[in-house]
Design a binder for this molecule. Structure first.
Ligand code: PAF
Length: 281
């Protein structure tokens, strides 16, 4: 695996592959890689495709009171994991390459980015959309892979790509979970043993609510029960909501693909999760 830290070398490597008729698949990350990221790399690996992973802890998507300074950084271990999993190139841009002096552009996707995490974390999705647009332009990738765990992020990126006619395919990859069901996240390492044990209430509460709604139970009741379960487990609930899977509008019609979204804080750690609502599940 090649590791590249400047844009010219990145462009050269990618132009060479594209001249040879290869497709380029991008896996954007902020590092602290785990099996969830490796599922993205695995999905990206196809005959005739070169896989580029990026690691960039993007300051623009962290609020002033968020965990930018303590966000885990493990460049060596991440690089090893990517190489072992068949990644072809690691793009590790320094902050000055991403946001040089005078940088003045923000990509802002309205609607789908406004509720839920967008409401709790003002500016977060502007930061995500801006850096992802840059990564798409830098790599000129044909396809990019994102985890469904960040469901709203995926919806924002799909909207941006559609609205701006970006010539890139977006693939969502199902959430990878620990054996007890907790979604894998780089932030899980902030949980102590007791909090980690309690955190399993999040996927469980969502599963119970999704099954109830799928059976036709009133969604308000199911959502209220999920919130109570989370509070009883020690979470401070940010939101639990039933949305249309594409637009993220609440109160979706039952014949549309629907998703339950949740965010809740265990101590100082904010966890998010989501699950599809299948009819008659
Ligand atoms: O999901 C993430 O890790 C980040 O939000 C992303 C997409 C790499 C943009 O910084």
């Amino acid at each position: 695996m090649q590791t590249v830290r400047d844009l010219e070398s990145l462009r050269q490597a990618i132009a060479g592959w594209q001249a040879d008729g290869c497709r380029v698949a991008l896996v954007p990350t902020m590092g602290a890689l785990h099996a969830g990221h490796m599922a993205l790399v695995e999905a990206a690996r196809r005959p005739g495709t070169k896989v580029v992973a990026s690691i960039f802890v993007n300051p623009k998507q962290f609020g002033p009171n968020e965990d930018l300074a303590r966000y885990p950084r493990r460049e060596m271990a991440d690089a090893r994991l990517l190489a072992d999993n068949g990644c072809d190139l690691l793009w590790l841009p320094p902050v000055e390459a991403m946001y040089p002096d005078g940088f003045a552009t923000t990509v802002s996707v309205s609607g789908v980015s406004e509720g839920f995490d967008g409401a709790s974390r003002p500016g977060h999705f502007d930061g995500v959309a801006t850096v992802v647009a840059k990564l798409f332009n830098q790599t000129r990738a044909d396809v990019a892979y994102f985890g469904e765990k960040d469901f709203q992020q995926l919806a924002v990126i799909r909207r941006m790509v559609a609205d701006l006619d970006m010539a890139i395919e977006i693939v969502g990859v199902p959430t990878q979970r620990d054996d007890d069901g907790l979604a894998l996240s780089s932030r899980n390492i902030y949980l102590d043993e007791e909090q980690r044990a309690k955190a399993v209430a999040l996927p469980r509460a969502l599963g119970v609510a999704a099954r109830a709604i799928g059976r036709g139970d009133t969604s308000e009741t199911a959502l209220a029960e999920a919130r109570s379960t989370l509070v009883a487990a020690g979470f401070e609930v940010d939101y639990v909501a039933l949305v249309d899977s594409e637009t993220l509008v609440e109160h979706p019609l039952a014949d549309r693909p629907r998703r339950l979204l949740a965010a809740a804080r265990m101590g100082t750690t904010r966890l998010i999760d989501n699950i599809a609502v299948e009819p008659n599940a």
